[in-house]
Ligand binder design. Sequence first.
Ligand SMILES: [Zn+2]
Length: 293
Amino acid sequence: MSLEIQALDIDGVLSVVPPRAAPVPLVFDSPHSGLSLPADFRPAVSAEMVRIASDTHVDDLFGFAPDLGAPLLIAQFPRSFLDVNRSLKDVDLELVNGQWPHPVRDSPSARRGMGLVWRYAWGDVPMYEHPMSVAELEARIDRYWRPYHGALVELLDANHAAFGCVYHINCHSMPAIGHKLSPDPAGTVRADMVIGDYEGTSCEPGFVALAAETLKGFGYSVALNVPFKGAELISAYSDPSRKRNSIQIELNRRLYMDEATRERTADYAELRRNLMEFGAALKTYALHISSIG
Ligand SMILES: [Zn+2]
């Protein structure tokens, strides 16, 4: 078995942090923690408002992954600029000037204004003054969406080829309380963490159970698939029957940051330590599955 994962940095687009220890069949990605605004992005709102939907600090909270032997893929741009956790068919046609020449689907996320490109910065505040041209959206997809998905697939394929299995952990955060744009009713008080396995289809159940039980062991409340079952990044490339497994994890922001200032709170270090231990438990499990072939 040989697995050589190289560091990759595409300025303003993505980074791959390669393993710093013997490789294990785990891949972590943080698609929404990016805060850098592309130079040609002209929102009608402030940069602060653009960043409000970001999973701030999630790349750091899972920054232990390379020390476990797992690569960590990180998007550098804000999710409301382009959401890589959407299918290319989730284009919100209200945002496009003229005829969009590619396939779309009836998308609940696009209907809520949270499609591939977001209609609102937050709540009901529009992100743009004018719809964008077909060429502008196509260029955004080519420059940001395709490289991210390409990098993820490469990591998943390389791990699967080397170990005969791969476990992908897709890392996110969520506001403490349900809001106007979310799938759960506004005002819903959320669990500490939500694990999504796309309603039981993106990951074999033993890994999901281990993940949930390990987190509960630290005292966290853990929900499964409600209100977040996961989206494109865990559904598009997983196939548990071929030992290609993906889960999504949503961390409640109240565990580690002040949602108003986005500053880390005193509890940050404890969560980070617990997540590291969580990662170690996932590693032991994944290596065991790989060893029994
Ligand atoms: Zn997210």
